[in-house]
Design a protein around this ligand. Sequence first.
Ligand code: KG4
Ligand code: ZN
Length: 362
Amino acid sequence: MIRVLGIETSCDETAASVVAVDGDGAPRILSNIVLSQIEEHAAFGGVVPEIAARAHVEALDGIVEAALADSGVALADIDAIAATAGPGLVGGLIVGLMTAKAIAAAANKPLIAINHLEGHALTARLTDGLDFPYLLLLVSGGHTQILAVRGVGDYQRWATTIDDALGEAFDKTAKMLGLPYPGGPNVEKAAQTGNASRFAFPRPMKGSAQPDFSFSGLKTAVRQAATAIAPLSDQDVADICASFQAAVADALADRVARALARFRETFPGTRNPALVVAGGVAANRTIKATLERQCDEAGFTFVAPPLKLCTDNAAMIAWAGIERLREGMAQENGFDFVPRSRWPLDSISTPMVGSGRRGAKA
Ligand code: KG4
Ligand code: ZN
């Protein structure tokens, strides 16, 4: 039996969770508390790092207490504390990691510094018990990556964005069209009544031999189209959203097709190849349906963990802590770990772009 308390503060969610693994190896989420800061940032149309850090300071104690109370596990019976130590907004990372260090020191527990992306990468093993290797498509407000997940601590980044993250592209498109923050769900909603073929937006990188993503050209095309027909009627907004979403789904499908083929070549012996999606954009039904169809055609299992575990949460951090503990891969002394705003999972691939308003992009 292993029980780990996880803490997540890398962006605009303050989260804590207790995850346990029983003697039979079955993982259980005993508590999973996520406090979203959306309201604090909404007036600014995006995450403001300073506001985020302050909000984490104010909320984290209570969230950790609630996660422990909900789990029914006393701090004394926790085996280790796992906290996100990067990548992300450094103010929030400092709050989370320092709090975790303080709790771990006071309770005399080991501290495990976790890479936020590793949390996303390993979630499908918590929810679906997936075996290695598998492919992960991470599409959130801060990240757009395809990773080959080969083992705990063994990741290869096969693609990343060379400019905006996909969620960021949704958020910026929404802002341009006067839709409220966060943009993704509102763009999707508007698109439902729109004509997806009215605007022929570019499909960035489609057909390119470079495996990466790009969304800034698409954003510019949306702005030009919107400016050209301003003032916009509700129908214009709906048509732009539908056309934008179609372009995104199409561009994504092209990149994913390359990755599925590469997976087949790289891991020819894998009996049940799987593509896992994570990140807030995975909530988008058009995108999900496109990926599902694609996986069907390519003979891959499509795994979409429940949205609550796809978006930022601390259960994935606690789980990554458990995976590391089980492999004997927890740092010898997590207390020395300094938060890293940039921390690529795959040390071979160099970061593509710097930190944006929603944290490290690549
Ligand atoms: O993973 P997430 O909750 O948080 C971080 O990025 O840290 O992802 C949030 C992103 C936002 O950019 C939001 O606009 C986008 O996910 N998003 C969506 C949808 N729901 C959330 N994008 C497209 N369609 C959606 N339904
Ligand atoms: Zn995330």
